[in-house]
Design a protein around this ligand. Structure first.
Ligand SMILES: [Zn+2]
Length: 305
């Protein structure tokens, strides 16, 4: 695994960590500026290859100043606590609501196991507690300057309440974490990602609206890579999210999970070639479970009003 330069920016690089053994799914970004930042840290399984990629690039892990995580799910922040061992200078930048979970990940890891099921959860790895003094709690519109590159953090709830999107003011690209869904390049598939326990449709739509106002040059997906037509991608997501939500609400109880899975697959993945059907279906299943939990929460809220 190596960092490759993005075509439209001299200092920003992308490495494929082969998350879940799949090529083109787990992206880790390196900003090689006066100060060095890594955006996203993969799962705990990806730590060795991230360190290797940093060395192959010509840096020492000790040169890294910042680890930025879009949110605290295990496939984004799982690697952070382990990477820090080799990165004595680095601090982890995380949404203020995620701070306490990085310091003590016990509840977070347990909740991921519950939401994913134990077989899927094994693939997501684990987490190591991070000393509080090495974690920086980020608020909406906080900034982090790397030199030429200045990052602006935006509170971006929907996928999770602790989700950030991050604008790089120099290249006008936005790191979307999981706030803008999943992008499968090559197959050009765009797909919602709506996991349990905390997905919220209304908030995610608000986040899409905010992303549009930024008029980004490209979206830098964590899954996976740059998308060069942000407006089209976000507008497609603004249609797909409510549609997926409605299909799960109307059909899950009556027609069952496999019927819903088939319908969502046909809706989103007709062009699949590079990505195996089984891999895409796993992603969809996680979202069906999350949408079911969301609808249950909504019903509960309205009946107890
Ligand atoms: Zn993710």
């Amino acid at each position: 695994m190596t960092f490759e330069r993005l075509p439209f920016d001299a200092e920003t690089h992308l490495a494929d960590v082969r998350m879940f053994q799949q090529e083109g799914f787990g992206a880790v970004y390196l900003i090689d500026d006066e100060r060095k930042a890594i955006v996203e840290t993969g799962t705990s399984w990806n730590v060795t290859s991230i360190l290797e990629a940093v060395r192959t690039f010509g840096l020492r892990p000790g040169d890294i100043d910042a680890l930025v995580v879009s949110h605290i799910h295990l496939d984004h922040a799982g690697g952070a606590g382990f990477l820090l061992d080799s990165m004595p200078r680095a601090k982890v930048y995380v949404h203020e609501q995620g701070f306490k979970h990085l310091v003590d990940p016990t509840r977070l890891v347990a909740s991921a196991r519950k939401a994913l099921g134990s077989e899927e959860a094994d693939l997501f790895g684990t987490m190591r507690p991070i000393p509080a003094e090495r974690v920086v709690a980020v608020k909406d519109r906080d900034r982090l300057s790397m030199g030429k590159h200045s990052l602006v953090f935006f509170d971006s709830p929907g996928h999770a309440p602790h989700e950030l999107t991050i604008l790089d003011e120099r290249n006008r690209c936005v790191y979307t974490g999981d706030a803008a869904g999943l992008y499968f390049p090559g197959d050009e598939i765009l797909m919602p990602v709506t996991p349990a326990p905390a997905f919220d449709l209304e908030q995610n739509i608000e986040t899409f609206r905010h992303l549009l106002t930024l008029q980004p040059r490209a979206l830098l997906f964590s899954h996976y890579g740059p998308h060069r037509n942000p407006r089209a991608a976000i507008e497609a997501m603004m249609t797909a999210y409510p549609t997926w939500s409605r299909v799960v609400k109307e059909k899950l109880a009556t027609e069952g999970e496999s019927a819903v899975l088939r319908e969502l697959y046909d809706m989103s993945c007709r062009t699949a070639k590079r990505y195996p059907r089984d891999f895409l279906e796993r992603r969809i299943r996680v979202s069906i479970t999350g949408l079911a939990a969301y609808h249950e929460r909504m019903e509960h809220a309205s009946s107890s009003r």
